[in-house]
Design a protein around this ligand. Structure first.
Ligand code: MG
Length: 382
């Protein structure tokens, strides 16, 4: 497969933070992907919420299956656009490594707890996981990934945090874009979650076909399915519609991006980074369709009373865990307690709170619930 001139090639790479000899049988971005897959944070994604809490059922997406779907879509897009498939895959698999338990409810609760100490951003936390927290290699801290994978993981961050982040933070200060594979992984994430949330929402009976027909993208493809097929089971209608929606979005993205590339004629990935706006993206029309779908999901699924009640409980678990552990770090596991003490000596309360946040962010849903019981149920001795 020949890469386009504007793809991130290994020879253009800004390299790793700690120099290492090149891999023998793999490319540099393949090595990044493999390190991500071998990380503990990646394995924990299996028990972290995407929208539905883990114990609500075995058929819903978890953050792990979400990440795999993102990687799949990203690879298709990369291949179609002659971009670097290995890099796009590595970014996709790593993009959610820093997510807290209980999805966005958990992230919001932890951010609120961390407000006095600089806040908590799950995206910056994904970078922190690969740069610092996965600490099992002899020669360096973190996974020592290439600049390009790290650039792609950090999708957004506050200017304040960007200043602290060095090389990968620069683009936010200079208002530049990330490389094309990072842009692609970002849209692949959106395509994956919008569509699988429709699927999961219908499966959970929180959304109905009738209501979803108010969303033009859904109605268009639902009509197509009904026109072409008779006597389908509801699950077949659901799947046939969702797969067509994904296909339509992927096809639109490839065509709209190719058109932009033809106009721009980039000769190097830096020509794409230098743009004020992303080059990889939907057409204006599909962007509109996508917004309608997102708005619908926000109002009807993410704020559905049944989801909301669970999320309120999840926030309470995270906030109370934080208050207890930050208030008395002796309650932390020994390794974290020592880290919290060292961080407090070096940076005061801010340092201690960051260690507590790292501990909580690393928890799976079920671990958080169990830790909550261990901490607050007087009948439990351990
Ligand atoms: Mg995601």
């Amino acid at each position: 497969m020949t890469l386009a001139v504007y793809a991130c090639r290994e020879e253009y790479s800004r390299g790793r933070r700690f120099a290492e000899p090149p891999p023998d049988y793999r490319g540099e971005y393949q090595r990044d992907r493999d390190r991500i897959v071998h990380s503990a944070a990646f394995r924990r994604l299996e028990y972290k919420t995407q929208v539905f809490i883990n114990h609500e059922g075995d058929l819903f997406r978890t953050r792990l299956t979400h990440s795999l779907e993102v990687a799949q879509i990203a690879r298709t897009l990369a291949r179609a656009l002659a971009l670097n498939e290995d890099l796009a895959e590595a970014i996709a698999l790593a993009h959610d490594l820093g997510h807290t338990p209980f999805g966005h409810a958990g992230q919001d609760a932890l951010d609120a707890c961390m407000k006095p100490y600089g806040g908590f951003e799950h995206n910056a936390q994904s970078l922190r996981v690969v740069d610092e927290l996965e600490d099992k290699y002899a020669a360096f801290r973190g996974l020592n990934l290439t600049f390009e994978t790290r650039e792609g993981i950090l999708k957004h961050c506050s200017l304040k945090r960007a200043r602290e982040l060095g090389d990968v933070g620069e683009r936010f200060l200079q208002r530049r874009q990330p490389g094309p594979e990072a842009q692609l992984a970002n849209v692949a994430d959106e395509i994956a979650y919008n569509n699988h949330d429709v699927d999961d929402g219908l499966r959970a009976h929180l959304l109905s076909i009738e209501a979803l027909r108010a969303v033009p993208l859904f109605a268009q493809h639902h009509d197509q399915v009904l026109r072409r097929h008779r006597d389908l089971l509801p699950k077949q209608v659901r799947h046939e519609t969702v797969r067509r929606m994904i296909n339509a979005q992927v096809a639109d993205l490839v065509q709209a991006t190719r058109a932009r590339l033809r106009r721009l004629k980039p000769r190097h990935p830096d020509d794409i980074r230098a743009q004020a706006r992303p080059v990889v993206g939907f057409s204006a029309e599909m962007q509109q369709r996508n917004q309608e779908l997102k708005r619908f999901l926000r109002e009807r699924l993410y704020r559905h009373p049944q989801v909301y009640r669970v999320m309120v409980k999840a926030k309470r678990v995270v906030s109370e865990l934080f208050a207890a552990l930050d208030g008395d770090p002796r309650l932390l596991p020994l390794e974290f307690f020592r880290q919290a003490q060292q961080a407090e000596d070096a940076h005061g309360a801010r340092g201690r709170a960051r260690v507590v946040a790292d501990y909580i962010a690393g928890m799976t849903d079920r671990y958080a619930l169990d830790e909550y019981d261990r901490l607050f149920d007087p009948r439990r001795s351990r």
